[in-house]
Design a protein around this ligand. Structure first.
Ligand code: ADP
Ligand code: ZN
Ligand code: ZN
Length: 750
């Protein structure tokens, strides 16, 4: 990056304009291209000067792009920059804080500023659409005041409007009890006129109102731990205090968020709540909406227009509460007072392509810049956050017990060595399931693999169904029967006979949710089965229908993947059965133990959330696996302590920062060559305390016909790591044959 601080003021631009009088001013622009460079453009005479953060239309090669002005540029008399075609905004569209955040993101994630700034804009705004502040439908009292009519409701309406300063939104009038008929009649006789009001109009009332739009009626009384946590959090309002709210599943963390949000709203400030997946847990949003008059949302199932409206509402201050997924952390706010990250350990907070940011880490950065509190909540905190809490960088608040009288479930390990299983279910587990169903309860059976079976093979010659495009096995699916690749999406017909030896009886080996479902159907005829995985929930409607069925509460068996582990509140589930705990602990990824433990504790947390006590049974072939034992005997925190010690000894995150460089190409040698080149560049730049490891094959070596290799960097500090990686900025991200990318703080090391 060659520019100076882009937050420079507009007078710099005029100064530049003055010195280059004959040639006109020149501005430095970030174009939405994967290039680590800013470009200079001349502002033709008569055109308004763009301020930093204003969108401009510029010619680029043969294209015309919507870009962002970041700075004034010195006028070089020998230079002949191309001219800006149009200035689209009078102001900084992102606002100062977000523009500065963009610069920080570009630097921290070593991503081109032009692409980062484009990411910060809603899609509509990237296209150059004019950004009108959002409005609501409203009514204005006409002058001169009309002569009093005889209709008392109309008269009341006019008086109400006068008391409101002559204007009110249609929603507010309806809430005040004026029917559409009355409003239409008053309009018909010319007493009032339709008018678009700024969105802020209504929330101004919220700021002075007692609870800022919160409904107080149906709130539970906080238990002592919740009350203590809330009191501590309220003391921290108005300054940067990052807090880890470490509360067991069902301990009432959400209730603490809601109360804190009320206080922040009463101060007239806005609140950002980040959640892992809104589509999966519509309950969470409902809870915010049932407590506050209004909570806006941002998630992937919205149109570009809808997203733009919400974005503008947040920017103008009209939106009081935004509940959103990962990318909501990049929204501008006029008066942000609090950021909450719910289930902060969740992997979905990390973006896996393009600008590979962690929404949780960006939330920390924003809270720090704005001087506001940040609340990270989880029953299974990420090791990063635990480490920060232990080292005193975060405040650590605990909610050790379930709220409202519910008990934590009991844990049991079921050793299945030597047992015959029926589609994954042992005889013992079958009995336990029966007991719970007979008592009128629901049972949750967890297996983290979708499809029918992960392997389809020939028992005679050993042939296995493999993906043609990836180095993986195909997964057998039923209804309809097909072999699917879970990596590239390829689909193949089931062969009738073995393609290698013509043997006629091919066999499905291993377990997926479809097979478990089929097995349970046979074992428990007549019991309703609800399967929840990516295949059964492609439509939001179907997912919601399934969740409704579960909440109906009649005895049923739920079968599903990690989708069932996420934040759901199923009051009638009293048994959670983990069919196979072993696979997760065996993975090569250094984060696998952390993730597996989180998954087991989270899915277990669905048991016994109401009056009826819950139990958790875990089937394993490795009852003596030290990780499983640590988790069972010492709980998540004891487990984490042990694992963190292993990480510290191995010099891994969170003790040392990590980065991965991935390369993929149709030609394996080309990918390896590129990484070898990058490695030598990096090694030259690396000072003491920076390790560059590799290149090695990615754990899945080929996906979609591309061979994948990677380099791993570990450093003793962020400074050395980032200084080293900066040497890559001069390289184009892709050449025709090899695609490569940099991932800072990667979540997956493959
Ligand atoms: P978490 O977010 O920690 O999983 P929730 O806030 O969802 O926990 O609370 C779990 C359940 O307990 C919810 O049904 C919630 O309404 C209820 N609850 C929370 N706090 C209280 C309380 N103080 N008294 C009674 N019930 C509570
Ligand atoms: Zn064969
Ligand atoms: Zn494939």
């Amino acid at each position: 990056m060659t520019s100076k601080d882009p937050q420079c003021q507009q007078h710099d631009l005029h100064a530049a304009a003055a010195t280059g009088a004959a040639r006109g001013p020149v501005v430095r622009v970030a174009v939405p291209k994967p290039l680590h460079q800013l470009y200079d453009y001349a502002v033709p005479p008569g055109m308004r000067l763009p301020v930093p953060g204003a969108r401009v239309r510029v010619p680029f090669g043969r294209q015309t792009l919507t870009a962002i002005c970041v700075d004034a540029a010195p006028v070089d008399p020998h230079d002949q920059p191309r001219a800006v075609l149009a200035v689209l905004d009078d102001d900084n569209v992102l606002g100062e804080e977000l523009l500065a955040l963009g610069v920080w993101l570009a630097d921290y994630y070593q991503h081109p500023l032009g692409e980062v700034l484009a990411t910060l804009l809603p899609v509509e705004a990237r296209r150059g659409t004019a950004l009108q502040p959002p409005t609501r439908r409203g009514w204005r009292l006409n002058e001169p005041l009309p002569v009093p009519g005889r209709a008392p409701r109309q008269q009341a309406l006019l008086e109400h409007l006068r008391a409101q300063g002559g204007r009110a939104s249609a929603d507010a009038l309806r809430e005040a009890g004026f029917s559409n008929a009355v409003i239409r009649a008053a309009a018909a006789r010319g007493a009032i006129t339709r008018e678009a009001l700024p969105l802020e109009a209504d929330t101004a009332a919220g700021q002075s109102g007692a609870a800022a739009g919160a409904r107080e009626g149906d709130r539970p009384t906080l238990n002592p731990a919740q009350a203590r946590a809330l009191a501590t959090l309220e003391q921290g309002l108005g300054s940067f205090v990052p807090t880890l709210l470490d509360g067991v599943t069902g301990s009432g963390k959400t209730e603490v968020y809601l109360r804190l949000i009320e206080t922040v709203r009463r101060r007239g400030q806005q609140v950002l709540v980040l959640v892992p997946e809104i589509a999966l847990t519509p309950q969470t949003l409902e809870r915010f909406r049932s407590r506050f008059d209004r909570a806006d949302t941002l998630h992937s199932n919205m149109t570009d227009q809808q997203r733009l409206q919400v974005w503008l509402g947040c920017r103008s201050g009209g939106t009081g509460i935004l509940v959103g997924t990962r990318s909501a952390v990049l929204t501008p706010f006029a008066r942000l007072g609090l950021i909450v990250v719910d289930e902060e350990h969740d992997g979905s907070f990390k973006q896996q392509d393009g600008l590979r940011y962690s929404a949780r880490d960006v939330a920390v950065k924003r809270a720090q810049t704005l001087g506001i509190p940040l609340l990270l909540g989880s029953a299974t905190p990420s090791f990063e956050s635990l480490h920060n809490a232990r080292s005193g960088r975060y405040r650590h608040l605990a909610l050790p017990e379930r709220a409202g009288g519910a008990q934590m479930p009991s844990f049991h390990v079921l050793d299945i060595r030597g047992h015959t299983l029926s589609d994954g279910i042992s005889e013992r587990l079958r009995g336990i399931i029966t007991t719970h169903l007979d008592a009128g309860n629901q049972v949750l059976v967890f297996l983290n693999r979708r499809g029918y079976a992960p392997t389809y093979l020939c028992p005679r010659c050993g042939w296995q169904a493999q993906c043609r495009h990836c180095e993986t096995r195909l997964t057998l699916h039923r209804h309809p029967s097909a072999l699917l690749c879970h990596h590239c999406g390829a689909r193949e017909r089931l062969p009738d006979r073995c393609p290698a030896c013509e043997h006629g009886a091919l066999r499905a080996i291993g377990l997926g949710t479809q097979r478990t479902e089929a097995g349970l159907e046979t074992l428990f005829p007549g019991v309703p089965l609800i399967r929840v995985d990516r295949d059964t929930t492609r439509s939001q409607k179907r997912l919601e229908a399934q969740l409704t069925l579960i909440r109906a509460g009649t005895p049923a068996i739920l079968v599903g993947t990690q989708m069932l582990a996420k934040g759901h509140h199923f009051p009638n589930v009293t048994l959670v059965a983990v069919i196979n705990a072993d696979a997760g602990f065996l993975s090569a990824d250094f984060r696998a133990p952390e993730r597996t433990a989180q998954l087991i504790i989270q899915v277990a947390g669905r048991a016994g959330r109401a009056e009826r006590a819950g139990e958790v049974w875990i089937q394993t072939y490795q009852p003596d696996n030290p990780m499983l034992r640590a988790l069972m005997e010492h709980g998540y925190h004891g487990f984490a302590e042990q694992e963190l010690e292993n990480r510290r000894r191995a010099g891994l995150p969170p003790f040392r920062p990590m980065a991965i460089i991935r390369a993929e190409a149709r030609d394996a040698a080309a990918a390896q060559r590129l990484l070898a080149e990058l490695k030598s560049q990096l090694t030259q730049a690396a000072g003491a305390g920076v390790e560059v490891l590799g290149p090695v094959q990615a754990p899945i070596q080929k996906v979609a016909d591309r061979y994948r290799y990677q380099l791993l960097l570990l450093a003793d500090g962020r400074g050395p790591l980032h200084r080293t990686l900066r040497v890559l900025n001069d390289r184009p991200a892709d050449d025709r044959r090899v695609r490569w990318s940099l991932d800072i703080d990667p979540q997956d090391t493959f």
